[in-house]
Design a protein around this ligand. Structure first.
Ligand code: FAD
Length: 321
């Protein structure tokens, strides 16, 4: 038996979430008294993969060829399923990223496994009982799910399980999987915007703004605040719908779910659909001129006032700090 962990990379560099999911899978393996094995797909150097050893991974399976250089849902799901079968994995763990969201249900179907998406903590294992907590009803509740299937697929939200470097080394093995043309029936175009900005799903700090900013021309101060803090920028849905900001910045029920250490919401009302994507942030700061704005109910710190006065002062103070 083993726990199989799917590890993501960007341009040959392990993602921050890769270390989190490795730690998460290793902690499950420890509870089950079994081995944590990783699978990595696409071009990545052996030295980079061997970093996973320090996070409790004993072996990394690696598969790459020119067809696998971009993410293809069916092919990646077939490979991870084949690896799970080869390693006799009872649990498959992924990060609940864009690709993880597509892969987890496919792998669960192929393995006829139980599926939990968006786990918020490590499972509790006692004998044959395997329970896990996950967010439910757009983060309004925490559900306890009891698996009754022998095989399990679990995805964990980025930023919700801290990576732990405990030392150790991993062996790297080449992996081959029987994938065919059917696995490549969807053409995936991977468009990576050249930017030096912090990646939103993995950001520790997020500066987010809404319709209160009045128009796209006023985002200079949001960008500046984000730069001073080393933060990623985000926005509410109407802002991206209006084309003020790219859709890749839209957070909420229909956008990206983020769990940063600090989420600063500027000129955002705090509608339930927005909160669904941000309420698991560790600390929430709200700047809004309306003291009745619903966002204040979930804020750790709130500033009632005009963003056009407060944000420049905040930038000035942070620069002087
Ligand atoms: P508004 O509601 O217009 O709020 C603007 C806020 O700015 C107000 O609170 C106002 O007091 C404040 N303000 C104005 N001027 C200033 C100023 N000068 N200084 C400080 N504050 C100021 N929304 C999302 O964000 N994400 C989603 O994923 C999402 N999914 C949805 C899914 C469905 C099915 C539906 C129906 C809606 C969804 N929405 C989503 C939309 C959501 O219901 C809200 O309409 C939206 O979040 C409101 O955006 P906003 O707060 O930017 O704008």
């Amino acid at each position: 038996m083993s726990v199989l962990i799917y590890i993501e990379n960007t341009d040959g560099q392990l993602k921050k979430s890769a270390f989190e999911v490795a730690t998460y899978g290793k902690d499950i393996a420890s509870q089950l008294g079994t081995e944590a094995i990783a699978i990595s797909i696409g071009d990545i150097a052996t030295e980079e993969l061997s970093k996973l050893g320090a996070y409790g991974i004993s072996k990394v399976l690696h598969i790459t060829n020119s067809d696998l250089s971009t993410f293809v849902n069916q092919a990646y799901a077939s490979i991870i399923t084949a690896a799970a079968k080869q390693e006799n994995a009872s649990v498959v763990v992924l990060s609940n990223t864009f690709s993880g969201k597509g892969l987890a249900p496919r792998i669960a179907t192929k393995l006829e496994a139980g599926l939990v998406v968006g786990a918020t903590s490590a499972p509790t294992v006692s004998g044959a009982s395997f329970e896990i907590k996950k967010s439910a009803f757009s983060n309004k509740a925490i559900a306890t799910v009891v698996f009754d299937s022998p095989l399990k697929v679990i995805s964990i939200n980025p930023n919700s399980y801290p990576a732990k470097n405990t030392g150790g080394s991993a062996s790297i093995e080449n992996f081959t999987a029987p994938i065919g043309s059917n696995d490549f029936s969807t053409l995936v175009k991977d468009i990576i915007r050249a930017t030096d900005k912090v990646s939103l799903p993995e950001a520790e700090i997020v500066v987010s703004a809404g319709r209160g900013m009045k128009g796209p021309e006023n985002w200079t101060m949001i960008e500046e605040l984000a730069e001073v803090l080393g933060a990623a920028t985000a926005c509410s849905k109407p802002v991206s719908d209006a084309g003020w900001r790219p859709h890749s910045e839209h957070v909420g029920q229909t956008g990206i779910v983020v769990s940063p250490n600090l989420y600063i919401a500027i000129g955002i009302s705090g509608a339930i659909q927005h909160l669904a994507g941000v309420s698991s942030s560790k600390t929430i700061v709200v700047i809004n001129k309306d003291p009745e704005a619903p966002f204040f109910k979930v804020a750790d710190y709130g500033i009632v006032g005009d963003a056009f006065t407060i944000v420049p002062k905040l930038i000035e103070a942070l620069k002087a700090y």
